[in-house]
Ligand binder design. Structure first.
Ligand SMILES: [Zn+2]
Length: 285
């Protein structure tokens, strides 16, 4: 598979090149409608009314999560949970998937994929929700700002620490017959990579949302092939803060595993795509 800029030539991913509602986008102040009007894609007559979103974290524990670093990102899946976290969205039409959507997985990008006001953040979290037949998606994007040793969200740390350990095994698997490889704490960024939650604790992805409730919404696509144009995006306006160490460990892990969807520097982000005729609406949860 080709690197991000060449996805348009990927077999089976025609939408990456020819679609009218691709993601991510640059969220430029001039294009944002601040009073939360319905968003639309004029050419295909799709319109989504302003959404009130309710979050239901369910009762999945950290021990039930499928922790899955891969060659393109760090991913956490809820496939092992009896009840997945889910959201209920008001005023969402059947043609865009209806009111309910399960959180199937979340993953991370660095740098951010969405650009807000011309600026990239250090990273972006994507919580991928799908309706029952998996034909429509709501993806919640949260910007990650790396700032020294500061952290304003311990839930991110709970997942990040577990992903970092798994990712190290991926790029440097233990030799056959070897006992469990000890984790190099220096490599992982020392004690700030320790999770603060135990395996038996409830894993609530929505605890990673920022305190601020404003979000940008628009109609877009998945940001990796096949770039399916069936996503209502909810991009939180306020970032959460992670440590520079956490971001460094992620980038290094990606760089080591680099390949078709990750460049040499460890960036696994697709660049912004044309807005075309779309609206971006600024709303509040
Ligand atoms: Zn993503």
């Amino acid at each position: 598979m080709a690197p991000p800029k060449l996805w348009s030539s990927t077999a089976g991913a025609a939408a990456c090149a020819s679609g009218a509602r691709q993601s991510p986008i640059n969220i430029a102040a001039n294009d944002v409608l601040a009073d939360c009007p319905a968003v639309a894609v004029a050419d295909v007559a799709i319109q989504v009314a302003p959404m009130a979103i309710e979050f239901f974290p369910a009762a999945c524990t950290f021990g039930e999560l499928v922790i899955e670093p891969s060659v393109k990102n760090w991913e956490v899946q809820f496939t092992g949970c009896a009840a997945k976290p889910h959201i209920e969205v008001s005023a969402r039409t059947a043609s865009e998937g209806g009111a309910g959507a399960d959180c199937r997985r979340f993953h991370f990008h660095s740098v951010s994929e969405h650009v807000i006001g011309g600026g990239y953040y250090d990273g972006e979290l994507h919580m991928v929700h799908a309706n029952a037949d998996k034909s429509k998606y709501i993806v919640i994007g949260v910007m990650l700002a790396a700032n020294g040793n500061l952290r304003d969200n311990t839930e991110v740390q709970n997942y990040w620490a577990r992903l970092a350990v798994k990712a190290q095994e991926l790029v440097a698997p233990p030799a056959a017959g070897a006992t469990e490889k000890p984790v190099d704490q220096k490599e992982l960024g020392s004690q700030d990579q320790e999770p603060v939650a135990a395996d038996a604790d409830v894993a609530d992805p929505y605890a990673m949302l920022p305190a601020g409730t404003e979000y940008y919404t628009y109609l877009g696509s998945l940001t990796t092939p096949p770039c399916t144009e069936a996503v209502t995006w909810v991009v939180m306006a306020e970032p959460v803060t992670v440590t520079q160490n956490e971001m460094r460990v992620f980038r290094e892990s990606m760089a080591k595993a680099h390949g078709s969807l990750v460049d040499q520097s460890g960036s696994n982000s697709r660049p912004p795509q044309p807005l075309n005729t779309r609206h971006i609406s600024l709303c509040t949860l």
